[in-house]
Design a protein around this ligand. Structure first.
Ligand code: A3P
Length: 326
């Protein structure tokens, strides 16, 4: 089926799952039985090692039970605030580079989360049929930990591209974004957010466990999972574009490389460009939730050296049995 821009539509931000009403008794009973974190309003629960908004758990479980990837799907995965929006824009643009010109591209009108919808969000909203209306090849997103994925995803041929980022910058980015959801979330202070991160009690956290699961699996299945680091992508975005295209099975041809397409895609999806498209989008779009500074090391403006050291120690301890470093 041809990709039609009209198949895509604006999606609500993932945070709406925090307010979804859970009506199914089966899920209510399970949720009530799980450990609870009250400091993160409206409440997180720990399910199989990972904290989630309690009302998001049914969507994750329904996705596990029901979602069947197509052979040619590409899935983008991340811990929140690690560069998901950027990676979604890049994968979508690379995948559909023959379909869209830069001057009439869907990203000029829709944000990357509309072009690459979250699977668990649509399950949580009981709107999963929408995913079926999207023509192949689809690019889909998720923040779900690897261990909570269905066997149908784990054993399928569809590649998973995972982006990760220094947890210190994740905390800063996370805090700024959550402050903006007036009415959906009670604002937490930076210190409260930092402490919750140190304890791993944040949505889809602990962050190191989340990344480590994908990293460990990428070692045994390098064709299934590609790990990208936000900081490396910032240093050399064109190399990132080439790696993503190769991994997705649609490498750039000699001709495309000579024409400068790789650099054009890197530029089209750069922070300044995406932010600019976002600003121009029509009312009702979730403006500026996804674009703030787009740099590495902003944590230095928010954390004391003691706070940074403590977090680095926690990270080091979590990663000590692995070859992974942020
Ligand atoms: P900051 O808040 O540190 O600026 P996510 O997409 O996972 O929610 O992550 C959001 C973070 O990625 C934000 O970080 C945002 O500014 C940054 N970001 C968004 N688009 C980007 C791009 N094209 N290049 C680099 N960083 C980008």
């Amino acid at each position: 089926m041809e990709v039609q821009e009209s198949n895509l539509r604006p999606c609500p931000p993932l945070i709406v799952v925090s307010k979804i009403e859970v009506t199914d008794d089966k899920y209510k009973e399970l949720i009530d039985s799980l450990p609870k974190e009250e400091r993160f309003p409206p409440g997180l629960r720990k399910y199989q090692g990972f904290w989630q908004f309690q009302n998001a758990i049914p969507g994750v479980l329904a996705m596990k039970e029901d979602f069947k990837p197509r052979r040619d799907d590409v899935i983008v995965s991340s811990f929140p605030k690690s560069g998901t929006t950027w990676l979604k824009a890049l994968t979508f643009t690379i995948m559909h580079r023959d379909k869209y010109t830069f001057s009439s591209h869907p990203l000029l009108k829709l944000n990357p989360h509309d072009c690459v919808p979250y699977i668990e969000l649509h399950y949580a909203l009981r709107d999963e049929q929408y995913l079926e209306t999207l023509p192949s090849p689809r690019v889909l997103g998720m923040h779900v930990p690897y261990s909570l994925l269905s066997d149908s995803i784990k054993t399928s041929t569809c590649p998973i591209i995972h982006i990760c980022r220094d947890p210190k910058d994740v905390i800063v980015s996370f805090w700024h974004m959550f402050k903006k959801f007036d009415g959906l979330m009670e604002p937490l202070s930076f210190k409260q957010t930092y402490e919750l991160f140190c304890e791993g009690r944040v949505p889809t956290g602990p962050v190191c466990d989340h990344v480590l699961e994908y990293y460990t699996k990428s070692l045994s299945s390098p064709k299934k999972i590609l790990i990208l680091k936000y900081e490396e992508m910032l240093k050399d975005p064109t190399n990132g574009v080439v790696r993503i295209a190769n991994f997705m099975g649609c490498p750039f041809s000699e001709e495309e490389i000579k024409s400068g397409l790789v650099e054009k895609i890197a530029e089209f999806c750069s922070f300044n460009e995406l932010k600019n498209f976002d600003t121009k989008q029509s009312e009702g779009n979730i403006k500026s939730y996804y674009y703030r500074k787009g740099i590495a090391g902003d944590w230095q403006n928010y954390m004391t050296p003691e706070m940074a050291n403590k977090l680095d120690e926690i990270t080091k301890e979590k990663l000590c049995d692995s070859s992974f470093t942020f």
